[in-house]
Each structure stands twice: as C-alpha cells, then as structure tokens.
Write a protein that binds this ligand. Structure first.
Ligand SMILES: NC(=O)c1ccc[n+]([C@@H]2O[C@H](COP(=O)([O-])OP(=O)(O)OC[C@H]3O[C@@H](n4cnc5c(N)ncnc54)[C@H](O)[C@@H]3O)[C@@H](O)[C@H]2O)c1
Length: 349
C-alpha cells in the first residue's frame, strides 16, 4: 500500500464524520461506490493472503458489539461496530462504527476514522460486487425491503455498478419509504413505493432485504420468490436474526463471505451444518461458478466481513492524499528517546 500521507509518526490522520462527508462529496457518491466495489473485489481476489477470523461479538439482550480484525501481512485493520435494532425508536442509529489501520512492520496506527457512513458505503459496494457476479444479466429492477439507514446506499450502488433503473421499495414503516424516495429523488432512478413485500418484489431481478429486527423474521416466504432472481440478504447478521424462510435456501445456491462466521450469523444458521455454500471470493477470482442458469435463484447471505472494512479503510487512506479531509490526532506517545517514556511525562509537568 502506498503511504500517501506525510509521515509524522506522533500524529495519525483522523477522519471525523464531517470530513468523511466532505470526502464522499469530493469524490462523488456514485463514483465512490464504484471505486469501493473495485477495491473490495481486488482484495477478494487475494483472499488467501489475509488473516481471517470470525468477528469477536459481545451479545446482549438489545444488540451486539463486535470487533472485526484482519491483516494482509503489510497492513492490519479492525472495525468496532454495533447492531442495536431497538436504537432507532430512541432516535439512535442501529449501526455505528469506527475503524483503524496500522502498519504491521511497526504496529503503529496510520489511520483512525469514523465508519458509520463508511460501513453503509462498503456494505452497498459488497452487495453490488456480489450482484455483479450473481445477478441475472441486464438486471434493471431492484426490490429493496427495509428502507432504513442502509437503503439509499444499497440502491445507488446497484445503479452505479449494475445499471439498475427501477427500485421498488417497501418498509413496515411508510415514513421510512417516504424518506428513501425523497433522498433518491434526484438520482434518475424510477422509484416505486409499495404497500407490501410481495408487491415490491413483483418483476424485480434483484431483491435486497435490509431490515433490522433481532429475531427469526420471515421477510420473504418461499412462494414469493420466483425462478431466476438474485437475493442479497443483508439484514440477518447475528445469531437469532434472519430474514428469509428456510425453504428459500433449499431452492437457492447460496454464496457467503467467510463460512465460519456466516454459519453463526447468516441466513444459513437455520440450516444443517452440511448445507452447501460457495465462498464469494472463489467466484470473484474465477475458481467457482457464479450464476449458471437463467432459472437459478442465487442468494448472497451477507453478514459483513473484516476484509470489506480493510478494503474501505485502505481506499479512504489513499483518497486522503492531497486533501485536508482529516485532522492530525496526537494519539501515539513519541519520546525522543524511545526508552524515556517516563522522562517525556516529567518534562510535560
Ligand atoms: N451484512 C452487512 O454487512 C450489514 C452491514 C450493515 C448493516 N447490516 C444490517 O442491516 C440491517 C439494516 O440496517 P439499517 O442500518 O438500515 O437499520 P435501520 O434500523 O436504519 O433500518 C431498518 C429498517 O427495517 C424496517 N423493517 C423492520 N422490520 C421490517 C419488516 N418486517 N419488513 C419491512 N421492513 C422492516 C424498519 O422499519 C427500518 O426502517 C440491520 O439488521 C443491520 O445489522 C448488515
């Protein structure tokens, strides 16, 4: 990875929410989604290089707090992220996150950033990357079920990467759908608010479920899903939290990020341990087949994996070069004599 930022080892660049928003607008939202999709795909092609572990999750009654680490041998990253479906009722985000990149050679951090926005962008980019390999050719219509914080990002990534023209929207709360329609009004997407999930998926080539509810939910039942569609199930991402009826999985070819994590957290937690899945990196790198027929139902059982965050973090670091979209954070103690940490403290009195 290039080192685009001035090396002042005592300071690390910190990207606040405000600066992340400036960076996204500077690059352009759709351009950033396309570039992030490519960045994630590039790292999926070198999947075997990475340290991989299921994320470390601390579950509670109301949600989960997770740490998601990985390294490619040169750079290390981790993300802190929560998932609290009940937060929204209190005016709080369901998902918030922050992330860090470090040099493996010294262990020194080189970037600290907000990742709530960046997670929404990388999750949408990952959905688009999966759909690029699995969705029917010339897919033009997306059904988006669950119109919360992730929704617009998902819609725009499908537009920017796949050329989606129509988005059919459904949420149990019509205000969420109205918000999404408002936010996407200037995108030239044809937006169709629907009054049920069943109505939303009519004629859709791609169905994205993006709901938040800490239970075994049935957002889609088997009879609703016709042959030939691609499903991105992104909302079911922790134990006891799913979106699809298991019969859909019996008719689908299922693609996952990292099986040891997805078996615990994904839609496939409902299935027997020997339920067959294909790892998405193998499709991306040409080692496994993606879509093989027009009538096949493909399912990307997305839970979010650390390598996607690594890609997003390295992408942001590269994009910061030549900008002022960061603050210098004095977070690494750096005495002139590395053994004189205490002396540095005394001199500060
Ligand atoms: N797979 C990943 O990488 C990944 C990344 C980010 C978020 N997520 C997950 O995606 C989900 C959505 O996240 P968000 O930030 O958009 O949450 P959010 O709370 O902002 O939005 C969720 C929406 O789902 C709607 N909803 C709930 N039950 C529904 C139902 N039965 N039918 C239709 N709509 C329903 C709610 O009204 C709400 O508008 C969460 O579960 C989150 O954990 C996954």
């Amino acid at each position: 990875m290039p080192a685009p930022l001035p090396s002042e080892r005592a300071f690390i660049p910190f990207v606040s929410v405000e600066n992340m928003m400036r960076l996204v607008h500077h690059v352009g939202i759709e351009t950033m989604l396309v570039e992030l999709t490519d960045a994630i795909e590039a790292d999926f092609r070198r999947w075997e290089l990475f340290d991989k572990t299921p994320r470390v999750a601390s579950h509670s009654h109301d949600g989960v707090i997770e740490l998601m680490p990985t390294s490619d041998g040169a750079v290390y990253s981790f993300k802190y992220v929560n998932g609290h479906p009940k937060n929204m009722a209190q005016g709080l985000q369901t998902v918030t996150a922050l992330g860090l990149l470090a040099e493996v050679s010294t262990g020194y951090p080189v970037l600290l950033t907000e990742m709530t926005l960046l997670t929404a962008l990388r999750t949408a980019a990952t959905s688009a990357m999966a759909a690029r390999h699995l969705a029917p050719q010339k897919a033009r219509c997306l059904a988006l079920i669950g119109n919360g914080a992730q929704a617009e990002f998902q819609a725009l990534a499908m537009k920017a990467v796949l050329g989606i023209e129509e988005v059919r929207l459904y949420d149990i709360d019509p205000r969420a759908t109205q918000k999404t329609v408002r936010n996407l009004a200037r995108t030239r997407l044809r937006l169709v608010p629907c009054t049920s999930a069943q109505a939303a998926i009519e004629g859709a080539d791609i169905i994205t479920t993006c709901t938040a509810d800490k239970q075994y939910a049935t957002i889609l039942t088997d009879n609703m899903v016709g042959a030939g569609v691609h499903i991105n199930a992104i909302g079911g991402d922790c134990p006891g939290k799913t979106e699809l009826h298991r019969d859909i999985l019996l008719r689908s070819d299922t693609f996952v990020e990292y099986p040891p994590q997805t078996r615990i957290e994904g839609e496939i937690q409902q299935m027997d341990p020997d339920y067959s899945v294909t790892e998405l990196w193998q499709v991306v790198s040409g080692r496994a087949q993606g879509r093989s027929s027009d009538r096949q139902i493909t399912l990307f059982d997305s839970v979010g994996f650390a390598i996607e965050d690594f890609s997003a973090l390295r992408y942001v670091r590269e994009k910061l070069a030549g900008t002022d979209y960061f603050q210098k954070l004095d977070i690494i103690a750096d005495p002139d004599d590395p053994r004189d940490l205490f002396g540095m403290l005394l001199r500060a009195a």
